[in-house]
Write a protein that binds this ligand. Structure first.
Ligand code: AMP
Length: 281
């Protein structure tokens, strides 16, 4: 595995790979890798000649009061994990390498961002779309791998690829969970011991709502009540949102039908956690 730190080197390399007819699978991450990231790398390994992993904690997708400075980082550990997963190239640029001063162009996401995390985290998806536009131009992947844990991100990236005609196939991967159901996340390390025991309630309450749907419940408000009541009863977290929307359109539904997403975000003392289930009714 080769670590690449400059845009120039990365671009020269992928141009050569493309000339050689190699297919390129790309896994963009912010590092502090866990099994969720590994499942993306494994799928990319299966489907491509070459796997490129990027690790970049992207400042433009963090709000002023968010956790950019304290976001967990451990490059040496990440390097070992990437090596074990068969990554060929690890793109690891600095913030200065990725963002020169005084940018001339900004990207603004105008669809699917007025709800869920987009509504709560102003500018977050503009930052995501900006960094992915840059990374797609730098890595020139045939396929890019994203986790459904960040389901709104998948919906936004889908729009970005389509609207800006990136010749990239989006591959969305199921959420990898701990044995007790908690979705794996780099931010789980922020949980206190007590919060860690409460956190699986997010997934359990989503599952409970899905069971209600299977029993015939079609009222989204009733489902939201079930999820919220569970989280309030069994965790110390503050609910950021509990929503039921059509997916991937992210439009409100009056009756649960077709493909829908049940999504939650909560704030524990230090960790903001999100989770969702996407189901076909
Ligand atoms: P991050 O490093 O948090 O930006 O995540 C990088 C990629 O890994 C994103 O596409 C995430 O959706 C995906 N990812 C994060 N956690 C999980 C998980 N538990 N299961 C599957 N994919 C995940």
């Amino acid at each position: 595995m080769k670590v690449i730190k400059t845009i120039k080197d990365m671009q020269a390399l992928v141009q050569q790979l493309r000339r050689d007819g190699q297919s390129i699978g790309f896994v963009p991450t912010m590092g502090f890798l866990h099994e969720g990231h590994c499942s993306l790398m494994q799928r990319a390994r299966k489907e491509n000649d070459v796997v490129v992993l990027s690790i970049f904690v992207n400042p433009t997708q963090f709000g002023p009061n968010e956790d950019f400075d304290t976001y967990p980082r451990d490059f040496e550990r990440d390097e070992q994990i990437a090596l074990k997963e068969g990554v060929d190239y690890l793109f690891y640029p600095s913030v200065e390498e990725m963002y020169k001063e005084n940018p001339s162009v900004s990207i603004s996401v105008i669809n699917r961002v007025d709800v869920l995390c987009g509504a709560k985290r102003a500018g977050h998806f503009d930052g995501v779309a900006t960094i992915l536009t840059k990374l797609f131009h730098i890595v020139s992947p045939h396929r890019a791998y994203f986790g459904k844990k960040d389901a709104q991100q998948v919906a936004v990236v889908h729009g970005l690829i389509k609207d800006f005609n990136f010749p990239v196939e989006l591959v969305a991967i199921d959420t990898v969970r701990e044995e007790d159901g908690l979705a794996k996340s780099s931010r789980n390390v922020y949980l206190t011991e007590a919060e860690r025991t409460q956190a699986p309630v997010l997934y359990k309450s989503l599952r409970q709502a899905v069971e209600k749907i299977n029993q015939g419940e079609t009222n989204p408000d009733r489902l939201k009540e079930i999820i919220s009541a569970n989280i309030q009863a069994y965790t110390s977290a503050e609910i950021d949102y509990v929503e039921v929307y059509s997916y991937p359109e992210l439009q409100p539904v009056t009756t649960v039908t077709g493909q829908v997403i049940l999504a939650v975000a909560v704030q524990f003392s230090k960790a903001r956690l999100i989770d969702n289930l996407i189901i076909e009714v």
